[in-house]
Design a protein around this ligand. Sequence first.
Ligand code: TLP
Length: 350
Amino acid sequence: MIMTDKIIDLRSDTVTKPSPAMRRAMAEAEVGDDVYIEDPTVNRLQARAAEIFGREAGLFVPSGSMGNLACIMAQAERGQEVICEAAGHVYNYEMASMAALGGVLPRVIPTADGIMTWEQMAPAIREKTYTRPQTALVALENTHNMAGGTVYPTGLAHEICDKAHDAGLKVHLDGARVFNAAVHLGQSVAEITKKFDSVQFCFSKGLGAPVGSMIVGARPLIERCRVIRKMLGGGMRQVGVIAAAALVALEEGPKRLHVDHENAKILAQGLANIPRLVIQPQKIQTNIVIYDVGETGMASSEFLQRLSERKVLGGAVDSRRVRMVTHVDVDWSDIEQALRVIGEVVGKGF
Ligand code: TLP
């Protein structure tokens, strides 16, 4: 059996530890009370994020989930509907918060690859009559996590925004990994998100910060989100200590995401060479690799248990499918090691 000391943690890009530069920035951060809007580091982070995205304002929030919820609550009233993709994060992993706290009904559209087209969603828009709940918002996810890090073609995202606006709807982007999308497309985040009414992105995923997300948009929307953030208990005080790490992540993180994408491709190609694992490596666009282990005769939980005994960690999507995510704390040799262990567990002997 192959054994090394390092745990190769591919469960998510959320597991990264702050870099020495982040730790230094955190230790030295200037702080103030952010509920009084007096934390200079938070104010700097928000202004810089707004500048990068070409927007009027930004709002630092504790998590992507809170960022998404604040944007939904700011743009959909109780009793209204939000169109979202069936495997999307807002529908499956946010504790039904839009319904439980926002009083909003998700209207889900199943797709093959997480990418909705206007033609798929248009029939779900409610007729404007008082006997039906009214559609208020469309929420897209770019990259789409559980479809395997898939990316919206920019023209399609723009078309959806234009047509939704023509229909009187707002459009939110869950851009937890929007910098990965931008790197894949070779375009700026400002360009690919410019038509959305609200954008949420995470510092705590591929960008490598320990905590935090950002909402960017027009100033009235951001001020509405500030009220909702406080309502949800997300008004933080001397939070410059974590905003400082997010600033480092914002400036430095995007520059190296292409490495994660290359490692994901190496991982996917290696998996495709292991008999009984089902994956289409040519479909990998960013840092998320999802594959089917059903033909090994093991459920994903058993497969993952055997890997974890050999210090390789992944996550289950369902009883057949496994997700592995590349990030700053795993390098090429870790991927090679993970592939050796996976080959051993599947029984190829590698
Ligand atoms: N995703 C997590 C899990 O919740 C699945 C992960 O490990 O990938 N939008 C998207 C697209 C996300 O992937 C996530 C987190 C969020 C929102 C929520 O961010 P947090 O965890 O900060 O609330």
